[in-house]
Write a protein that binds this ligand. Structure first.
Ligand SMILES: Cc1cc2nc3c(=O)[nH]c(=O)nc-3n(C[C@H](O)[C@H](O)[C@H](O)COP(=O)(O)O)c2cc1C
Length: 361
């Protein structure tokens, strides 16, 4: 019997050959938002079979929506040409379906890359004014964002739509909106970062309004059959933040607007968070989204072993698992998991001779 992890799944009209997804991972190797040769290497190797779906890193919809100067973007013709080169490369040699995570970093933009410490850019480092639901900084020592006006909201929504149009034209199969990790769309949903007194703040209904409007606008322009999901947060892990109950309501609202899946992460809205890191620490959130909102759910976070992933899918806790660091550590994670669980998985023809059954005594 095929292990549950290796059963195909269909998101809208997009079929994935297995339940393993390579989670988006910023590479901080773009120039003015445009992908480089690094991305050819990084995504090229992962597209050979690290998962049924490979989601490209947070790809920002506006220059000021980038986390750092080195982040990937999809806001110009140059960005589109550069990322298309990577997608075409992956299509030519890889087997994975390809997704892109569209993002806006909100009040967490204009910082150094994590390799350089991740702190806000200094005055001589070409910083820019960040944007957020309210003029509340991420933490002390960080600049306060400019609170978005009604006019700004329309502009940002259009930036997401324009980037989604580009993503579809490039030939991605899946778009995932980033509404987690303390970035702009998450900042709207969380009471920690959203203290507006208009129709976009206050009640959960109001706080969800902008992300849902963005989702609807993006969904409306994507071609029929195109899969569109969202990375959402299961908990802010801080008093007064988003709760799992609120996450379930957000997932339900997304579903009713044609969302094909949620990818449930948690945390990163406030450094005072207390996250109980451990194997599969977000699995319970995916389970609740799946059971209570009735939406296809992906779990992410410290899912590192084949048996662990198989158990998550077999038990029905989640429909898919996303792996991040384990995939960077071992771009052949899926091949090794298949071997361990006794499943067949596709090898590119010219790599078939490396299968241990062919050459190992
Ligand atoms: C180098 C690196 C870059 C990341 N960049 C992103 C990103 O672009 N978008 C995102 O939603 N999460 C990002 N993450 C978080 C991962 O997608 C994932 O949620 C997290 O690492 C937990 O999964 P893991 O335990 O399998 O690594 C990043 C993680 C790493 C290690």
């Amino acid at each position: 019997m095929t292990p549950h992890l290796f059963n195909p799944i269909i998101l809208n009209a997009v079929e994935l050959s297995n339940r393993i997804v390579v989670s988006p991972m910023c590479q901080y190797m773009a120039n003015h938002g445009s992908a480089t040769d690094w991305h050819l290497m990084h995504y090229g190797q992962l597209s050979m079979g690290a998962g049924g779906l490979l989601i490209f890193e947070a790809t920002h919809v506006a220059p000021e929506g980038r986390i750092s100067h080195r982040c990937l973007g999809l806001y110009s013709d140059d960005n589109e040409t550069a990322i298309k080169r990577v997608v075409d490369f992956c299509r030519a040699y890889g087997v994975a379906r390809l997704g892109v995570q569209l993002a806006h970093a909100g009040r967490k933009a204009s910082v150094h890359t994590p390799m350089e410490g991740g702190k806000p850019l200094g005055p001589d480092e070409k910083p820019w004014i960040t944007l957020g639901p309210s003029a509340l900084p991420f933490t002390s020592g960080w600049p306060a964002p400019r609170a978005l006006t009604a006019e700004d909201l329309a502009i940002v929504k259009q930036q997401f739509v324009d980037a989604a149009v580009r993503a579809a034209r490039i030939g991605f199969d899946v778009v995932e909106l980033h509404a987690g990790h303390g970035y702009l769309l998450h900042e709207f949903v969380s009471p920690i970062s959203n203290q507006r007194d208009d129709e976009y703040g206050g009640s959960l209904e109001n706080r969800m309004r902008f992300p849902l409007e963005v989702f609807e606008a993006v969904r409306a322009i994507l071609p029929r059959g195109f899969a569109c999901g969202a990375r959402i947060t299961g908990s802010d892990w801080i008093e007064g933040g988003i709760t799992p109950d609120e996450m379930v309501q957000f997932a339900s609202e997304l579903k009713s607007r044609g969302c094909d899946f949620v990818d449930v992460t948690s945390g990163q809205i406030d450094p005072r968070q207390k996250i109980p890191f451990g194997p599969g620490y977000n699995v319970a959130f995916a389970r609740r989204a799946k059971q209570e909102a009735g939406i296809t759910a992906m779990s992410v976070g410290m899912i590192t072993r084949a048996q662990q992933a198989e158990k998550i899918i077999a038990s029905g806790d989640a429909d898919m698992v996303a792996i991040a660091r384990a995939a960077m550590d071992d771009p052949r994670w899926v091949w090794h998991a298949a071997r361990e669980l006794g499943a067949e998985t596709g090898y590119p023809r010219n790599y078939q001779r490396c299968h241990p059954s062919v050459w190992q005594p």
